[in-house]
Design a protein around this ligand. Structure first.
Ligand code: NAD
Length: 351
């Protein structure tokens, strides 16, 4: 069980260190090796996804990633930005399916900006296609036209790409409440009309799953109006980027949300849904729970260790029930802890 650990930038190293401690505490035989990705990799090698990292990531069964990016690298040419490293590794490992659960733990119901009755008990799974769409489509660029600059990108999806993510989504829905909502913008974008057509075609393979469709603008509204109507949502790369961040805020803290990105053989990259939080980096106050829960997803999806995954998730629930909170989820009457102390109490709960 080989794990490539990529701490990355900002709070990345602080939060991955806690997830690594949790994995080690399980007493399993993991082989873990660290490498560079993102801004730190740019500084050291000039490449946000250096060759040594590529080799390690390809050989590993799973990758645990902190986060990349920060103001230090914002002015670099686009190909050298840390985020390019992230897009690069996803594409290189063919991680086409991004799974982001949005769960509201009862203890954190007040952390949401929505009324508790709207969000309490929320448990949805957003599945985002990750290697296609307008983020990768060609042609792209900025050109001169009639004496002014014109920016352009291309939204593109092949039938096989849509089918592949569709199967992941239907199968995920089968393991949950058997309801799948596919999100598109078929009223204006031909590309997403194809998306809808293909979803309807593959629905025949899953008669036990109830398929519905929603336009992305309505989906954005419904997520804040009545989020509990959803079970599993599936959508393309760009809409998924936006909707999964929106869904994450329903739960109150982005510091609580794990994610998994899988290839077709269950190799996966596991990372928190948040970024590198440069505003709090190095202060020892970042919430490590999203990264620890990402490690739990790794146990479940790549290594098939369901019991261990549940053990880690239960430990997280226990520390929340005990009242431990990092600053981002703190409320009066609870105990405020830093990154490392949160790791300590999770380890204690595991034991
Ligand atoms: P961000 O997620 O880093 O931060 C948004 C806010 O949430 C900040 O106030 C931050 O302090 C807070 N926050 C995030 N994670 C937290 C945690 N674990 N505990 C406590 N608070 C937390 O998003 P941003 O500010 O838009 O981006 C900062 C940098 O991260 C940028 O360079 C961006 O490109 C990069 N980024 C990277 C990833 C990734 O690596 N997957 C994703 C998004 C953004």
């Amino acid at each position: 069980m080989k794990i490539c650990v990529l701490p990355g930038d900002g709070i990345g190293p602080e939060i991955t260190a806690e997830a690594v401690r949790v994995l080690k505490a399980l007493g399993l035989k993991f082989e873990m090796e660290e490498a560079l990705l993102g801004g730190g990799a740019v500084d050291a090698t000039g490449n946000p996804y250096p060759e040594a990292t590529q080799k390690l990531a390809r050989e590993a069964d799973a990758v645990l990633l902190g986060a990349v990016g920060g103001p230090k690298w914002d002015a670099l040419p686009r190909e050298q930005r840390p985020e390019r490293g992230l897009l690069g590794i996803r594409k290189d490992l063919n991680l086409f399916a991004n799974l982001r659960p949005a769960i509201l733990y009862p203890e954190l119901a007040n952390a949401s900006t929505l009324k508790p009755e709207v969000v309490a008990g929320l448990d949805i799974l957003i599945i985002r296609e990750l290697t296609g769409d307008i983020y990768f489509g060609q042609p792209r660029g900025v050109r001169e036209e009639n004496g002014e600059r014109v920016g352009f990108n291309t939204m593109v999806y092949s039938e096989s790409e849509i089918r592949r993510i569709g199967h992941v989504a239907f199968q995920a829905a089968q393991k949950r409440n058997k309801r799948l909502c596919s999100v598109d913008k078929m009223n204006v974008l031909e590309c997403t009309q194809l998306w809808r057509d293909v979803m309807i075609e593959i629905a025949h393979d899953y008669p036990d799953v109830e398929l519905s469709h929603m336009l992305v603008d309505n989906a954005a509204m419904q997520l804040v109006k009545a989020p509990k109507q959803f079970d599993v949502m599936v959508t393309g790369n760009m809409f998924g980027d936006i909707l999964s961040d929106e869904a994450s805020m329903l739960t109150g803290s982005i510091g609580m949300l794990p994610s998994a990105s899988l290839d077709d053989k269950n190799k996966g990259l596991y990372e928190p849904s948040h970024g590198s939080a440069p505003d709090i980096a190095g202060k020892g106050i970042a919430n490590p729970l999203a990264t620890i829960l990402s490690a739990a997803m790794m146990l479940r999806y790549t290594f098939g260790l369901e019991a261990e995954a549940l053990r880690v998730e239960s430990a997280v629930k226990k520390v929340l029930a005990q009242g431990y909170r990092t600053g981002d989820i703190y409320e009066r009457g609870t105990s405020k802890v830093g990154t490392k102390e949160m790791g300590d109490v999770v380890l204690a709960a595991l034991a």
